[in-house]
Ligand binder design. Structure first.
Ligand code: GLC
Ligand code: MG
Length: 544
C-alpha cells in the first residue's frame, strides 16, 4: 500500500462487527465475503482503514472474543481464503485492515484449555492458565474475591475438586497466565501469521489485563465490578482500575508490547497496533503507547465525557498532554460494540442525534485518528432487544440487557428486514426494527440532510482541511457552555449550551446542523458544531 508509513497517526478507522455487517450466505450472521462485497461503502464514506472484530475459530460464547484457533477462520464467517480475498480487495480500494487479537484469554474449547482440564493440578498444561486451590473446607470457595466483568465470580470450579480457574470475563474465556513463556511465544507466532497474510495492524483486546498481580490478592472494591453495556457501566469498568486493583494495568504487561513492537517492525514500518486499555487516567493510557510499545490506545475518556463543553475541553487538554509526553498520536472514539450508541447516550431522538453529529464533527477536527463504529454513519440508535433475542454473555450472567442493542445487523437497503443485510427471506441474528427502513444506506444516500451524507462530507472536509495541520490545539471555553478548538487555520465550535451562539469570523466549511444568519452574524444552534477557516492564516498543507 502507498502512503506514509505511519498512516495510523491521522487515520479514520471504521470498526466492523463481523456478525452484524453483511451476511453473504443467508444464515442470518455477517461473514467475511459479506464484508468484502460491502467494502466500496467504506471507500465511498472516505475512511482510511477498517478494524474487523474477531473472525477466528470460536464457539461464539462471546461472539468471537472466545478464540479456539487463532490462525484459522470460523466456518460461520468463511475461510482463510475469504480472509485473503478481503485483505486483497481492501488494499485495492486503498483501505488498510486491522484485525483483532485476543491475548488475555482463550476459549474454553482451545486445545490448551481442553488439555489443561484433562491434566493433573500442578501440571505444565494447567500452568498456561490461572488454576488455583479454592478457599474454605474442601476448597469449595473461590481462591479470591474477584468478580467477572460480565458479572458473578471470576472463578469457576473444576468439577468437585478444590481447583478453580480464573476468567475475568465469561466462564468460557479462561485467562491465560502470561508469566508462562509458552503463552508469549504462542502469541508471537499468531502475530507473525497474520502479518505474513498482509494485515496492517492489530487491535489488542483487553490490553490492560494480561498480567495479574502475582499474589492474586483480593480486590478492594469488588462491588463495582459488574456491567459492561453503556457509558455508566463503562465508567464503572474504569472505576475498577482505581488505586491498585490487582488484575488490571500491571507493569509487566509493557514487556509484552515491547516484544510485539519488534515483531511489527520486522514485518514492515507501516504495521501498527492499537490497545483497548481501560485505564484510569490519560497518563496511564500513555504508558501503552511509549515509542517502543504499541502505536495507539483507544481514548475512552472522550466516549465517557458528559455533554458539556468543560468536560470535552478537559479530555482534549489531558489527552493531548499525555500522548505528547511520549510522542504518540491521540485517538478519539464515541461508539463501539461494547457501549450504548452515542445518539442514545446523548438522550436519544432528534436531540441525541444532533449532539452525536456535533461530537463527531468535533472529534474529526482534532489531531490523531478517529475510530468510527459501523452504523453510526447512519445515525443508528441503541435498539431494545427483546430478552428472547439477547445473546451477550453478561445478560446470561447478570440479567442486565447487555450489549446486543448496539450490535443489531446493518440496514443497507430495501423497505423491510433484513434490509439487504442478507438475502431476501433471511433472518438476521438479532431482528432489525421496522423503522430502520428510513435509515438504510440506500434511503440516505444522496439526501443532503441525512446523517450518511453528513459523515461523507465531514470525512471529505477532514481530508481537505484538517489533514497535516499539526498537533497544536488551542482550547477555549466560551460563556454559555461553548467549546472552541483552534488548530492552525481550522476552528471547530461545539455548542453544548441551550441557546444559539454567535460564530467567530471565518468561512464556515461545514456544520452538523443548519445555521442562521442575522445582522451579519452567523449563529450556531444548540447541540451543534461547525468548522470554520480563518481567512488571515496560512492555507492548510493539503492546498499547497
Ligand atoms: C473486550 C471486547 C469485548 C469482549 C471482551 C472480552 O472488552 O471489546 O467485546 O467481550 O473484551 O474479550
Ligand atoms: Mg453469513
Amino acid at each position: 500500500m502507498s502512503g506514509p508509513v505511519d498512516w495510523w497517526r491521522d487515520a479514520v478507522v471504521y470498526q466492523v462487527y463481523v456478525r452484524s455487517f453483511a451476511d453473504s450466505d443467508g444464515d442470518g450472521i455477517g461473514d467475511l465475503p459479506g464484508i468484502t462485497a460491502r467494502l466500496p461503502h467504506l471507500r465511498d464514506l472516505g475512511v482510511d482503514a477498517v478494524w474487523i472484530t474477531p473472525f477466528y475459530t470460536s464457539p461464539q460464547h462471546d461472539h468471537g472474543y472466545d478464540v479456539s484457533d487463532y490462525c484459522d477462520v470460523d466456518p460461520l464467517f468463511g475461510t482463510l481464503a475469504d480472509a485473503d480475498t478481503l485483505l486483497a480487495r481492501a488494499h485495492e480500494l486503498g483501505l488498510r485492515v486491522i484485525v483483532d487479537l485476543v491475548p488475555n484469554h482463550t476459549s474454553s474449547q482451545h486445545p490448551w484449555f481442553v488439555e489443561a482440564l484433562a491434566a493433573e493440578p500442578g501440571s505444565p498444561a494447567r500452568a498456561r492458565y490461572l488454576f488455583r486451590t479454592g478457599r474454605g473446607p474442601g476448597g469449595s470457595q473461590p481462591p479470591n474475591n474477584w468478580l467477572s466483568v460480565f458479572g458473578g465470580p471470576a472463578w469457576s470450579r473444576v468439577g468437585e475438586t478444590d481447583q478453580w480457574y480464573l476468567h475475568l470475563f465469561d466462564s468460557t474465556q479462561p485467562d491465560l497466565d502470561w508469566r508462562n513463556p509458552e503463552v508469549g511465544d504462542m502469541f508471537a507466532e499468531v502475530l507473525r501469521f497474520w502479518l505474513a497474510r498482509g494485515v496492517d495492524g492489530f487491535r489488542v483486546d483487553v490490553a490492560h489485563g494480561l498480567f495479574k498481580e502475582e499474589s492474586l490478592r483480593d480486590q478492594e472494591r469488588p462491588e463495582v465490578a459488574s456491567g459492561h453495556d453503556g457509558a455508566n457501566e463503562a465508567r464503572e469498568m474504569v472505576e475498577r482500575t482505581v488505586g491498585d486493583e490487582p488484575m488490571w494495568d500491571q507493569p509487566e504487561v509493557h514487556e509484552v508490547y515491547r516484544r510485539w513492537h519488534d515483531i511489527l517492525d520486522e514485518a514492515g514500518p507501516d504495521r501498527m497496533a492499537v490497545a483497548e486499555a481501560w485505564t484510569q487516567t490519560p497518563e496511564s493510557m500513555a504508558r501503552f503507547v511509549r515509542p517502543d510499545e504499541l502505536d495507539q490506545a483507544f481514548n475512552f475518556s472522550w466516549l465517557l465525557a458528559d455533554w458539556s463543553a468543560a468536560a470535552f475541553a478537559d479530555v482534549v487538554t489531558g489527552t493531548l498532554a499525555a500522548v505528547d509526553s511520549v510522542g504518540a498520536a491521540p485517538t478519539w472514539v464515541l461508539s463501539n460494540h461494547d457501549v450504548v450508541r452515542h445518539p442514545t447516550r446523548y438522550g436519544g431522538g432528534p436531540r441525541g442525534l444532533a449532539r452525536a453529529r456535533a461530537a463527531t464533527l468535533t472529534m474529526l477536527a482534532l489531531p490523531g485518528s478517529s475510530y468510527l463504529y459501523q452504523g453510526e454513519e447512519l445515525g443508528l440508535e441503541q435498539v431494545e432487544v427483546s430478552s428472547g433475542h439477547r445473546q451477550d454473555p453478561s445478560w446470561f450472567r447478570t440479567g442486565e440487557p447487555g450489549r446486543d442493542g448496539c450490535r443489531v445487523p446493518m440496514p443497507w437497503g430495501g423497505q423491510t428486514p433484513p434490509f439487504d443485510f442478507g438475502p431476501a427471506g433471511s433472518s438476521p441474528w438479532i431482528p432489525q426494527p421496522e423503522e430502520w427502513a428510513s435509515l438504510t444506506v440506500e434511503a440516505q444516500a444522496g439526501d443532503p440532510g441525512s446523517t450518511l451524507e453528513f459523515y461523507r462530507a465531514a470525512l471529505a472536509a477532514r481530508r481537505e482541511h484538517a489533514r497535516g495541520l499539526g498537533a497544536e490545539v488551542e482550547v477555549r471555553l466560551d460563556a454559555g457552555d461553548v467549546l472552541e478548538l483552534r488548530r492552525g487555520p481550522l476552528t471547530v465550535v461545539l455548542n453544548c449550551g441551550n441557546t444559539p451562539t454567535a460564530l467567530p469570523p471565518g468561512e464556515v466549511l461545514l456544520s452538523s446542523a443548519g445555521l442562521r444568519c442575522a445582522g451579519g452574524t452567523t449563529y450556531l444552534p444548540a447541540d451543534a458544531a461547525a468548522w470554520l477557516r480563518s481567512a488571515a492564516v496560512q492555507p492548510s498543507s493539503a492546498e499547497l
